[in-house]
Design a binder for this molecule. Sequence first.
Ligand code: IMP
Length: 433
Amino acid sequence: MKNVVIAGTQWGDEGKGKVVDILAPHFDIVARYQGGHNAGHTVRIGDRKFILRLIPSGILHNECCCVIGNGVVVEPRAFNTELQELREMGIECEGRLFVSSRAHLILPYHLALDRAREERLGTNSVGTTMRGIGPAYEDKAARIGIRAGDLLYPDLLREKIRTNIEAKNRELVSMHCEPLDCDSTLDDFLSEAMRLKPFIRDTATMINRATGDGKSVLIEGAQGTMLDVDHGTYPFVTSSNATAGGAAIGLGLAPKKITGALGITKAYTTRVGGGPFPTELLDEQGAYLQKRGNEYGAVTGRPRRTGWFDAVVVRYAVMLNGFDALALTKLDVLDEFDEIRISTAYHCRGELLTDIPYGANVLAECEPVYETLPGWKTATNGTTNFADLPAAAKAYVRRVEELCGAPAALISTGPDRSETIIREDSPVSGWMK
Ligand code: IMP
């Protein structure tokens, strides 16, 4: 049995898309378990660039079957647009892409509410992607959500949506926002959503039958551990469980069937949106990381906040997710620094902390305790062999491994598939057999 979950160890944007793309040919199914079109997975193949928001990046491999699990929230227009973009690039999805009947749908009122709530929060806003993700998950928990399977029962569906629009309009008006027109909202939504019908399946049964027949699943997470609704920097988080545990719920695959976990880790740290970020660099070094690392959101285009590697964060992620290994991405972005810093602990309210404290307000007060390592001042981009890295780069990788408690089994040295080091006799090389 080989079912491996890939999840982010920081605040998302660690480079999961590229890693999934490398591993996908060695698995039969690639499945997403949470999040929605707030995620942006950029994959570069030669001079072609693909940005996938909702559809698992495994779709770029013709022989891969892809699943959008019950834990994902699906915005029908975003799904249809992505299908169309893939088709224009010669990638056909029909017959090998399936959406769980239990996946919740994002409706126009979710977008309107996301925007209205963020505006109301003002300077305390979460900095959401404004895609309606949070409000859609709220409705799921409130048991008034609309699921993909509801599209198979149109009369009942229209009734449910009408009731919801009326209630949401009352909420929008109370926040001084324009209410939605019930009929046109319903018709526009249904014309997009009905196109999902051929893709809808009981994906939990499908995946379990497939694993029973010896097929393997690569499980693709979105966002990162620090954006997990339970374990992240609440309330500055997304609304789903981005950690590996979410995979079991979000796909309907029993925890004991998940045989491995890989943590995607950027060689420095970035974050989009609001919330605490202890190692953030607000100086020219931060601006340099942003420019050299091309740190702009794949979905929203927003510049990402940047900072040094935070071993407290990644160690926490290794613990929560049980990562067998890390994939260390964007190592080449650090090539030109004279010195590179790693946060190993925090000073906070007179104490030395080696674990993430409770509360975003406390984390916001934490001062990183840095260890300084020499830079390598040598180009590493495109390196495919660990032995060929400069000694200082090897030392940096080894220190990250030591501090975080997991081996860096994959190291990315550039955006292309080929610009990758796969360590021999590592969990990753084992999964690629
Ligand atoms: P939401 O998921 O749109 O509700 O946004 C909640 C928080 O998660 C915000 O800080 C977003 O910037 C952040 N977020 C959501 N998706 C991503 C992602 O794919 N990468 C990085 N940050 C994300």
